[in-house]
Design a protein around this ligand. Structure first.
Ligand code: GA4
Length: 326
């Protein structure tokens, strides 16, 4: 039996199970079929309205997805003392409950990896894990590149690879995350509230590509501030607009606030590819998107400067406030 002391219970954040107004008739999450000729228009609409959409017919082989899922499941099933050998997330490594360096906690354990270095994961067969990761990441990167080219097309940005080249660059600062949310014991949850698995936040990068098993938990915030649950779909991917794309579109796209609530019955496993630019890249609104005398809403900054400031923020902070023009 697991004994949880009071301080252990108190360290988690909770959300009330109050039904948000939108939950009675929740808007449908946009679904983009990447094989359809008009998908770029649907992507633009979804990025403007939600900063979030689901992708089907994505071309990522199911075999790559299942292999990584099975390797990740094996890793998270190891005893804590084995997983710990991977090293603490500073910023990359194995993390348990603590998220980031500034006191955020969640009902989650994770592996946080950079995409341009072979990871050192402490498992029985690191070679097999590495191969599964590399196959998965290469296929997801290709899909993300295609999506960013559709965004550029849809926004009439020239050249077509103006956005995708940032994440395709050898120096791109992209990150990969495997999150495992174990079932949360009833002693921690109550009738009226749920434990937070991963607290509300926006992603810093250009876009993030998320895939999860069939366990619910992900919620997104709508423009009116209400939260809706995203029905899980293990065959599809979910795309989040990140802070960098919000800036590059001068606020036309909004980075989506999202969070994960813990499930008391099933464990949730998610894999997220965060498409980041090179550290030296200047992040600013794209000139072709500025109409007439429209002014930039943001001071220019490099991705390195954004990251430095992000790592001194709390998860729920609005990290762009610091770069807004007054
Ligand atoms: C949120 C999105 C990604 O998971 C992440 C997170 C990062 C981390 O876990 O180290 C951060 C968080 C995320 C933003 C603010 C800082 C940094 C934790 C935190 C409190 C990997 C990322 O890129 O930014």
């Amino acid at each position: 039996m697991v004994i949880l002391s009071k301080p252990a219970i108190e360290q988690f954040s909770y959300i009330r199970n109050k039904q948000p107004a939108a939950a009675l008739f929740p808007p449908l999450i946009p679904v983009v079929d990447l094989s359809k000729p008009d998908s770029k228009h649907q992507i633009i609409k979804a990025c403007e309205e939600f900063g979030f959409f689901k992708v089907i017919n994505h071309g990522v082989p199911m075999e790559f997805i299942s292999r990584l899922e099975s390797e990740a499941t094996k890793f998270f099933s190891l005893p804590f003392c084995e997983k710990e050998k991977t090293g603490q997330p500073k910023p990359y490594g194995y993390g348990n409950k603590r998220i980031g360096p500034n006191g955020d906690v969640g009902w989650v354990e994770y592996l946080l990896l950079t995409t341009n270095q072979d990871p050192n994961i402490s498992t029985e067969n690191p070679e097999i894990f590495r191969a599964a990761l590399n196959n998965y990441m290469a296929a997801v990167k290709e899909m993300a590149c295609e999506i960013l080219e559709m965004v550029a097309d849809g926004l009439k940005i020239q050249p077509r690879n103006a956005l995708s080249k940032l994440m395709m660059d050898e120096q791109s600062d992209s990150v990969f995350r495997l999150n495992h949310y174990p079932p949360c014991p009833d002693v921690l949850q109550s009738l009226n509230s749920n434990v937070i698995g991963f607290g509300e936040h926006t992603d810093p990068q250009i876009i993030s590509v998320l895939r999860s098993n069939n366990t619910s938990g992900l919620q997104i915030s709508l423009k009116d501030g209400s939260w809706i649950s995203v029905p899980p779909d293990h065959h599809s991917f979910f795309i989040n607009v990140g802070d960098s794309l919000q800036v590059m579109t001068n606020g036309r796209f909004k980075s989506v606030k999202h969070r994960v609530v813990a499930n008391s019955v099933k464990s949730r496993l998610s894999m997220i590819y965060f498409c980041g630019p090179p550290l030296s890249e200047k992040i600013a609104p794209l000139p072709s998107l500025m109409r007439g005398d429209q002014q930039s809403l943001y001071k220019e900054f490099t991705w390195f400067e954004y990251k430095r400031s992000a790592y001194s923020s709390r998860l729920a902070d609005n990290r762009l406030t610091h770069f807004e023009k007054i």
